[in-house]
Design a protein around this ligand. Structure first.
Ligand code: BES
Ligand code: MN
Ligand code: ZN
Length: 495
């Protein structure tokens, strides 16, 4: 697959196997559709007048132009009501078109969609269109003995066209980088837990470290013990697979530029440990490393975009298993920070691996740190699977993360932190318990992490509801790679 940007083109003169063009509800022509209509002496208005197609969201219609148009085919895509148009609508239309065209023999396919968005929103819109095309072509069938569907995506050339005079080729490059980051994230999430182990995540990090500006250090359990990471070890020790703390540095800016730190929960399988989870849908706990997958995917994108900023990416990779030597409810462990934790539930393991990872990144004096984790089932209760939970110790930074999510159509919603909730974590025997008293489970998990990030500008994303889909369309979503990469793009631009 290949993606290119083409500007100063007219939809009617562009030569392609297919031109994809938007039509608004009630048959209103987009700018590109109006040009095509004029060039073809009204072919589009004639067909719209027949009423076969009227521009409802994601409705499609394939038309073979008879005159005045260089493209062999036109695919009309419904955009819904013009006054309700968002970049997400345009991206969804692009995805719908790609879905329909990916199994055809057409090779050169040009999209005239992003030009319908405001000029300053266009780069984000273009990035989203590229992501939608990539998502439509995504397959994960390497574990089937024969692919489920025959596709012809490898020789496709997707053209993002825009009749405006501005050059948005950077946005296309970025869109491709982000799409590849999302694909890496999804692939890691979907890979079965007997393959995607802590060592596999470390191997993936090693692949990323092949890039010029990237260095890698993998802390083994013995080193973590020496650093006093008792919380991490308490989770990992019940598994026969060694846990890994994976530390990547991306140097895209000057040496004394404070980095952004991204920390991911990488539980490659969460059985719950001795506080064993029930059996139903337990397979989905292979997705408990999606926070890790998303920070690795975002690093992939940052490398490919050649972003001018410094990044530290830390993945806390371990398997949470019941075993004779596993942690028990009641155990008390000492974290790298020196604070002690009473483990009341071994299934609240994400915060245990993350607290030591967060203490570890403090030495890099990050400008800001974001941790990403499939942390609590309670987040699904609160926000469902549409929006990520966000908690932060800095309202300005929270606003920045929320804005990045909105721009990337990968939304988060802020939940509070505070003393009332902190009290729920009190323990009779240690500095804190690893679970709160009943109620506000997402917030008490955030409060736990807040105790390890007091000296940093920090935000926490709970992606338990957004990282994967269950049911018939089971699979990793790649979220929140779009949010994280948008945040990085914004930071690099403001540096
Ligand atoms: N990985 C789970 C959270 C989770 C559960 C994500 C279901 C997606 C779907 C996490 O490790 C966990 O088990 N959390 C517990 C915390 C509880 C013991 C305080 C939970 O949410 O039940
Ligand atoms: Mn758990
Ligand atoms: Zn977990």
């Amino acid at each position: 697959m290949q993606y290119t940007f083409q500007n100063e083109t007219n939809a009617a003169t562009l030569s392609a196997d297919c031109v994809v063009v938007g039509i608004f509800q009630d048959s209103a022509l987009s700018a590109a559709a109006a040009l095509l209509d004029e060039a073809s002496q009204g072919e589009l208005s004639t067909l719209l007048a027949l009423g076969d197609f009227n521009g409802k969201k994601n409705e499609t219609y394939l038309h073979y132009p008879r005159s005045g148009v260089n493209a062999k085919r036109l695919l009309l895509v419904g955009l819904g009501k013009r006054e309700q148009l968002t970049s997400a609508t345009l991206a969804s239309a692009a995805g719908k078109a790609a879905e329909q065209l990916k199994t055809t023999q057409m090779q050169t396919i040009a999209f005239f969609l992003s030009e319908e968005s405001q000029i300053d929103a266009r780069p984000a819109s273009i990035r989203q269109c590229v992501q939608a095309i990539s998502a439509a072509c995504y397959t994960f069938d390497g574990f089937k003995s024969a692919p489920a569907t025959e596709t012809t995506t490898s020789d496709k050339h997707w053209i993002i066209a825009d009749s405006g005079s501005a050059d948005f080729s950077v946005a296309v490059t970025q869109g491709v980088a982000i799409a590849n980051g999302i694909t890496l994230c999804r692939d890691l999430g979907n890979t079965p837990p007997n393959v995607c182990t802590p060592a596999y995540l470390a191997d993936t990090a090693e692949d990323l470290a092949a890039a010029d500006k990237v260095t890698l250090k993998v802390l083994e359990e013995s080193e973590m013990e020496a650093l006093g990471m008792g919380a991490f070890i308490s989770v990992s020790k019940g598994s026969t697979l060694p846990g890994k703390m994976i530390v990547l540095h991306y140097n895209g800016a000057g040496n004394d530029d404070a980095p952004i730190a991204l920390v991911g929960k990488g539980i490659t399988f969460d059985t719950g440990g001795i506080s064993l989870k029930p059996g139903a849908k337990m397979d989905e706990m292979k997705y408990d490393m999606c926070g890790a997958a998303s920070v690795l995917g975002s690093l992939r994108a940052a490398i490919d975009m050649d972003l001018k900023l410094n990044l530290v990416v830390v993945v806390a990779a371990a398997e949470n298993m019941p075993a004779g030597n596993a942690s028990k409810p009641g155990d008390i462990v000492t974290t790298m920070s020196g604070k002690t934790v009473e483990i009341l539930n071994t299934d609240a393991e994400g915060r245990l691996v993350l607290c030591d990872a967060l203490s570890y990144v403090e030495q890099f004096k990050p400008a800001a740190v974001v941790d990403v984790a499939t942390l609590t089932g309670a987040c699904i209760v609160a926000l469902g699977s549409h929006i990520c939970g966000l908690m932060s110790n800095d309202d300005d930074f929270a606003a920045e993360v929320l804005a990045a999510g909105r721009k990337a159509d990968d939304e988060a919603w802020q939940l509070p932190l505070g003393e009332q909730y902190q009290k729920q974590l009190e323990s009779n025997f240690a500095d804190m318990a690893n679970i709160g008293t009943p109620g506000a489970g997402t917030i008490t998990a955030g409060c736990f992490l807040a105790r390890f990030t007091e000296n940093m500008t920090w935000a926490h994303l709970d992606i338990a509801g957004t990282a994967w889909k269950g049911g018939a369309a089971k699979g990793a979503t790649g979220r929140p790679v779009p949010l994280l990469t948008q945040l990085l793009i914004n930071r690099a631009a403001s540096a």
